[in-house]
Design a protein around this ligand. Structure first.
Ligand code: HEC
Ligand code: HEC
Length: 306
């Protein structure tokens, strides 16, 4: 059944299912710039040590290149690997298991997670309402005299909307502006022919469906942490995760929900074996990796704005 589905998709999916990232996206600039300030501010955490940027470095790949992040009180933020915040706005839902329906809900959970920022509504409101710079900014942007918890995360979510990375080599290729070299092109063909594209498609090459890891040959022996089952309680959702984006994938090592795979080459081989039942040789793997490297986009413009 699965093979038939994959064949169907390979035949009928054409390049239209792969959309370039738009160069501009609509967002409220004032709110986003306030959100940017908050995103980088460790005072949003209980011990003033951790900001969103501690685990999501937007000057690199939007993650932290660690297997597990470090949260407040020097805690190791197990068991999930920090995903990129770049282009997250295009995902269907947030977290590896999609438990947060909006960027705002996601950010509030991160803020309250005892292993991440360890904060709560009351404490954060108390803290921020004592900072005159924020008092002024919230007055200017939201017209309020009191800084409400919800507005803090409304602003952060607005900043995240602006974190898009357009004009990767692949997007310029889709727009007919550049050519892929031979290796990249062959990698793209393999990506389509072998069926990676059945799960990694759409604007984000992922982020738009929930899929199992280890479907064809056998269950991939990884810890089944916080998978989709925790959200739906449906036994079919064990080992199911939101398909991660492959945008900027060369920058966001280590890989998989548990950060257990260090190199892109190994991640590609494991994917082909466990999800498609194919043993890729080194040559094919290198080609797919060369193609995946064309998915690194330009840094979001908002990072240069004040
Ligand atoms: C201590 C590290 C840490 C901090 C601090 C942190 N995050 Fe995360 N973030 C993570 C981890 C780990 C996950 C994945 C957790 C999971 O899926 O269960 C994640 C997931 C996300 C996602 C989901 C991306 C997607 O596509 O599913 C977004 C967006 C995000 N964080 C934004 C933020 C924002 C905004 C803040 C600040 C309010 C923040 N994070 C603070 C580690 C952190
Ligand atoms: C059946 C759906 C499916 C197919 C087919 C598939 N993937 Fe995946 N891919 C996933 C899921 C789900 C994950 C997340 C698994 C995890 O973290 O445990 C993932 C993760 C990845 C990752 C790691 C991403 C990260 O941020 O950690 C890479 C790289 C990747 N896939 C590339 C590929 C390539 C290349 C192919 C084809 C050879 C492929 N995938 C085929 C569903 C799929």
């Amino acid at each position: 059944m699965r093979k038939i589905l994959i064949f169907f998709v390979i035949v009928f999916v054409n390049a239209q299912l792969l959309k370039p990232i738009p160069e501009h996206i609509e967002y409220n600039k004032q709110k986003a710039l306030l959100g940017k300030k908050l995103f980088f501010d460790p005072r949003l955490s209980i011990d003033n040590t951790i900001s969103c940027a501690s685990c999501h470095n937007v000057f690199k790949g939007g993650d932290d290149n660690r297997q597990f992040s470090i949260g407040v009180h020097h805690q190791i933020d197990k068991p999930m690997n920090s995903p990129t915040v770049f282009n997250a706005v295009f995902n269907i839902a947030f977290f590896w298991n999609g438990r947060a329906p909006t960027l705002k809900a996601q950010a509030e959970e991160a803020n309250q997670n005892p292993k991440e920022m360890g904060m709560n509504r009351e404490l954060l409101e108390k803290k921020l309402n004592k900072i005159s710079e924020y008092k002024k900014l919230f007055k200017k942007v939201y017209g309020v005299d009191y800084i409400n918890y919800d507005l803090v995360f409304d602003a952060i979510a607005e900043f995240e909307k602006a974190l898009i990375t357009p004009n990767s080599k692949f997007d310029l290729y889709l727009k007919g502006k550049v050519k892929l070299n031979k290796k990249e092109k062959e990698g793209f063909m393999l990506f389509k022919r072998y069926g990676c594209i059945t799960c990694h498609n759409g604007i984000n090459f992922g982020g738009n469906s929930y899929q199992k890891i280890g479907v064809v040959v056998k269950v991939y022996k990884i810890p089944r942490d916080l998978d989709r089952f925790y959200v739906t309680h449906n036994p079919d959702d064990k080992y199911v995760y939101k398909v991660p984006t492959l945008r900027n994938i060369a920058l966001t090592y280590p890989y998989f929900h548990d950060g257990s795979v260090k190199t892109l080459k190994k991640a590609v081989k494991l994917m082909a074996y466990y999800n498609l039942g194919i043993e890729l040789n080194n040559n094919e793997t290198d080609k797919i990796v060369a193609f995946l490297k064309t998915l690194t986009g330009k840094k979001p413009k908002i990072l240069d704005e004040k």
